[in-house]
Design a protein around this ligand. Sequence first.
Ligand code: 5GP
Length: 140
Amino acid sequence: MSYDTNNIFAKILRGEIPCHKVYEDEHTLAFMDVMPQADGHTLVIPKIPSRNLLDADPKEFGALMASVQKVANAAKQAFGAEGVLIQQFNEPAAGQTVFHLHFHVLPRHEGVPLRPHSGKMADHGMLAGHAAKIRAALEG
Ligand code: 5GP
């Protein structure tokens, strides 16, 4: 399967649709998931196009995983979480719904279940607040 340049995350990268940005560097962008499965659910994506992990250039992984780690630590701190779940889906059979490589960063609290994947759209004011909390933790 090829890369569709009109997928939602490609549009976010081009600035054609808005996002609640958490972090950006030369290689990566991180922003709030609009249907969060946990408070602080953030997506980390590479700027270079690939459909998912299976067709990505491994040379990108260093920068990408460094951003995943950075955002995971900040989200954990911002939400007082006890753990962080990192998820990444490849192709529809594995649950992928947006076809630009992304890592889910999910702060987790003991005994608190995840909400459904691609479930309910969150309030934008709340997402903006969550993004600000993670940005503050990143600025340390
Ligand atoms: P996947 O199922 O491909 O691993 O995850 C795609 C994620 O993107 C889902 O968690 C879904 O809630 C999120 N998502 C879908 N559309 C948008 C959007 O327009 N903006 C943002 N920020 N997230 C989205």
